[in-house]
Design a protein around this ligand. Sequence first.
Ligand code: GDP
Length: 138
Amino acid sequence: MERTLSIIKPDGVARGLIGEVVRRFENAGLKIVAMKMVHMSKKEAEGFYAVHRGRGFYDSLTDSMSSGPCVVMILEGPGAIAQTREMMGATNPKDAAPGTIRADYAFSIEQNIVHGSDAPETAAFEIGYFFNALEICG
Ligand code: GDP
């Protein structure tokens, strides 16, 4: 069993896509073991995306991640990290495979609807960034 952190980003929440994204994950057999809505401050968004500090898009990415509420959730299943990434599609929606969340809904590389952890170590960091043990119903 593996766990990953997924976020429906502020653009996804604003566009009314919470239900659609959750439905896709549930239909694919991923189990939601924790979920909440969070409106990150700029500082909290900067901490979450600390690996991208120094990149040209860091300031604008953290502005958009703190622009409104997100839905953060922990998804569990065998190979949950890769499965979630596959369902999300490539970072740039122009490169995302047909039928993926980003191909179907995202308008730009920055407003790309969803986040999903990319490796076990990042999943552990990202899960711990948002949830404590009592909030995880595994
Ligand atoms: P992800 O794992 O597919 O979300 O991609 P990354 O971890 O590489 O990047 C994190 C987020 O930063 C992406 O989801 C995008 O929203 C944003 N991002 C990544 N690369 C770029 C870029 O070149 N330009 C802009 N504006 N945003 C980017």
